[in-house]
Design a protein around this ligand. Sequence first.
Ligand code: HEM
Length: 497
Amino acid sequence: MWLDSFLLSLDFKSITLFLVLFILIADYVKNRSPPNYPPGPRAWPVLGNFLDIDNTFPHLSFSKLAEIYGNVFSFRFGSDKLVFVCGYKMVKEALVNQADIFVDRPFSPMTDRFYSATGGGLFMSNGEKWKKQRRFALSTLRSFGLGKSTMELCIREEIQYLQEEIQNQKGEPFRPSGLFNNAVSNIICQLVMGKRFDYSDNRFQTMLKYLSETLYLEGTVWAQLYESFPWLMKHLPGPHNKIFQYTEKILEFMTEEVENHKKDIDPNHPRDYIDSFIIEMQNHKDSDAGFDESNLTYCAMDLFLAGTETTSTTLQWTLIYLIKHPEVQEKVQEEIDRVIGQNRLPTMADRANLPYTDAVVHEIQRIGDIVPLNGMRLASKDTTLGGHFIPKGTSIMPMLHSVLFDKSEWETPDTFNPGHFLDQDGKFRKRDALLPFSAGKRVCLGEGLAKMELFLFIVGLLQKFSFYVLDGVELRTDGVTGATRVPHPFKVNARVR
Ligand code: HEM
């Protein structure tokens, strides 16, 4: 009663003052940190630390903050608190030594909007559902060739299509991104849908464009604004809406594939991941393991998304670094010529005999920094990191850029240097701090496949072509950072060797 009459007695100025005070106090109370919580930059009420980052190169801004606040620091997107974990040792501590604590993904309003019907596909699911789906995906993909010689055959066949396309450019400048996306995507499509798509398939090209655009937008400030203020951003125009439009289109594409599979599936002879999933659905009619048709389309989409852009982008960085370092390109070609020659396509067995080439592939994975941030993780119970208290429910970002460029791990972190992966005798040397696929229980599900693809595609391309740019063309290495870090659009020339 007294509150009603108090409010009625206020004028506009006083109401505004009252609201501002209320917001400030609510913000302070909500964001109070417990003792020994990781330090971080002072946050603005409501906005948090949005203004502290350079949106063009967010990973570089976060690295600078690590230099100021240490390898475990806190940051606020709007009112969402996030703890950044940086440097090889600390990322390993979180993801490997405390693997059981940091296994789940935190809630995300954006992914909740498109995964809500299913509980998360492969990337965003948690708990038992995630465990069952991850195990099923790995064992099914293995049964269709993942990590085996049948997969090598499939990649080698695709290399020939790609070589043919590049040869058709007749030495003229061409954009490699579309061709690489298509070639790499065909490998995961063979496993998931049992087929490849021709480089002239317009609809598939459009899907690949949606996919690239989605991954870019997911890493921009627009997506961050949606994550922090979903109630507002849902109603505002802006690029974030395209994420939902494009994802919807990719889902439609996957749903059609599932429908087509249902028409002629033979339960005794599954042809691919989609067939196997449909068959598995019969065994899980009442269970909560995510074996339903809607989750099938999301899991298939996750494999398609995760299995395309990352590997294709690494191939694009390969061309850029090898054109910028022609002496390295020549040395790789000389090794390939000596060990394999120019007529036989490479196999994985060749890798042991190509230490310099292997070192170059690994160095490109390091300096390419394809996923500069990482997937987020959630602390499932109270713990400590670097001596700081991490309460249960804290979201952490184990930042991969900080590992791949860790000054205490790499001799020349900012320079392209295949020597990082060679010993004194020129033999390949493995480096623990190379974690482009992350680590721990949620380490990239496609690590083995991606490594096979990268080695075979890179060798297959350099065996057949020398890549260069015309005089005056400068290739940029700064990249466009979204969820992945991709090169600025570029063209190259390929000379048949
Ligand atoms: C160079 C290529 C690739 C890179 C750099 C890469 C990197 C990553 C990274 C950093 C993560 C997040 C891991 C985490 O949260 O700790 C991830 C997750 C994932 N990747 Fe990859 N990836 C690549 C290729 C692939 C391929 C070819 C596939 C297809 C099978 C794939 C499927 C996945 C899936 C399904 C996840 C989610 C795993 C989970 O949450 O359990 N990736 N990848």
